[in-house]
Design a binder for this molecule. Structure first.
Ligand code: SDX
Length: 392
């Protein structure tokens, strides 16, 4: 349609919405952000430039990009009272619980002067969220480990600033390894957007009611938490640790094939991709770069992951069902190598995906979309008479 793509009528009737942000061809393993292939963006762009592309629809000129980076950098701090917010949680609370609450609470600071029908207000909210997510994520972690929070350092790049806020302390000058900063930036980029996945659809549905963007993003974070969606990267590490040695792989492959066994190979399969998830290919390359830099190519979990991937790709069950590694299969292994604890993996996914969520929210509001109202196939009773409790 619109002279760009043509769809068969059957598909059009099932589509949830019109969107010009991301295109996926699951059969061919194609992922385009505003027309640019994900592997090209991963190689030639970086996360913030891709944020500009997703939000504004075009790659920025040099001047636009510098102005965008400056604006994002100037919004990285959060209101000082957010520190008390985290104190309200038990230090052991799951970081996703804290992130969900913290992002939703941003409404309390910015809700009053926000008119979502005003495009400038929508863009300001988008920039604020992109800027503050790494700061809030690092605060989740620092509260978890009982260390003091570090304020953002505006002289650093986006991913570098995040890693410093995560692992730096006031006691010493913390230098971020540039290879790890590049890997972190690429992880954010590879998670930036993915069309109408469960969490993005949640953000759009929440936004269609006119809810403020901070509340909508909090709804997206809640949806992402599930192990079938963004929680899969954490579940991949738990699975690899449960498998334990390469000798156990065959038994787990059989479990994944057994219809009576709820076990699934985490990091495999996808509702849309029936070919390799193009993000998984880039993630695997990044994994090799990080492990080479850290000199841990023989990490046991990495070896199990590579052997598991090889066996599964050759196994007729997975070949017939078109089950390939997805974006989560290698991302968790990289984050573990960087030193990020498993319960922070989905928080990192949420940081990267925020630009996708908010770009879809902005697109939907600018389209003047009416409130979403999915219908159902009713399978309950037809109307019937009330029976008094004494007669039941
Ligand atoms: C993400 O939507 C998105 O775009 C999501 C995402 C994004 O960027 O937002 O890409 C991020 O969520 C990636 C997916 C992360 N989740 C996991 O890795 C968890 C493990 N994967 C499975 O839970 C599953 O593959 C799903 C949830 C991802 C997809 O589930 P579907 O839609 O049921 O998969 P399917 O219809 O293609 O399944 C076909 C068959 C089924 O068997 P049958 O009913 O035909 O007998 O394959 C089976 C499934 O049971 N199957 C698996 C499997 N995934 C599907 N069997 C074993 N192991 C698996 N991982």
């Amino acid at each position: 349609r619109n002279g760009f793509f043509t769809y068969d009528p059957g598909f059009v009737s099932t589509a949830a919405c019109d969107s010009a942000i991301t295109y996926i061809d699951g059969g061919k393993g194609v992922l385009l952000h505003r027309g640019f292939p994900i592997d090209v963006l991963a190689e030639k762009s970086d996360y913030l430039e891709s944020c500009y592309l997703l939000l504004h629809g075009e790659l920025p000129t040099a001047e636009e990009y510098e102005a965008f980076k400056r604006t994002i950098t100037n919004h990285t701090m959060v209101h000082e009272s957010m520190h008390q917010f985290f104190e309200g949680f038990h230090h052991n609370a799951h970081p996703m619980a804290k992130m969900c609450g913290a992002v939703g609470s941003l409404s309390a600071f910015y809700h009053d002067d926000l008119d979502i029908t005003n495009e400038k207000h929508r863009i300001t909210a988008a920039y604020r969220l992109i800027a503050k997510m790494p700061t809030l994520a690092a605060m989740c972690y620092k509260h978890h480990v009982g260390q003091p929070v570090l304020y953002p350092d505006n002289s650093l790049g986006y991913a570098e600033n995040f890693l410093r806020m995560m692992f730096g302390t006031p006691c010493e000058d913390y230098k971020v390894n540039p290879i790890l900063a590049k890997a972190m930036d690429r992880i954010f980029l590879l998670h930036a957007d993915h069309e109408q996945n469960a969490s993005t659809s949640t953000v759009r549905l929440a936004g269609s009611s006119g809810a403020n963007p901070y509340a909508c993003i909090a709804a997206g974070i809640a949806t992402l938490w599930g192990p079938a969606h963004g929680g899969a990267n954490e579940a991949v590490l738990q699975m690899l640790e449960e498998i334990g040695t390469e000798d156990n792989i065959d038994a787990y492959i059989e479990k994944a094939k057994d219809k009576n066994d709820p076990f699934r190979l985490m990091g495999f399969g996808h509702r849309v991709y029936k070919n390799f998830d193009p993000r998984a290919r880039v993630m695997k390359k990044t994994c090799d770069e990080v492990f080479a830099e850290l000199g841990v190519e023989n990490d046991p979990l990495l070896r199990i992951a590579k052997r598991l991937e090889k066996i599964a790709l050759e196994d007729p069950y997975f070949v017939e069902k078109k089950l390939y590694p997805n974006v989560d299969f290698y991302s968790g292994i990289i984050m573990k190598a960087i030193g990020i604890p498993t319960d922070m993996f989905t928080v990192i996914f949420a940081v990267g995906r925020t630009v996708g969520w908010i770009s879809h929210w902005h697109e939907m509001i600018s389209q003047g979309t009416r409130i979403g109202r999915p219908r159902q196939l009713y399978t309950g009773y037809a109307e019937r008479d009330y029976v008094e409790v004494k007669d039941r």
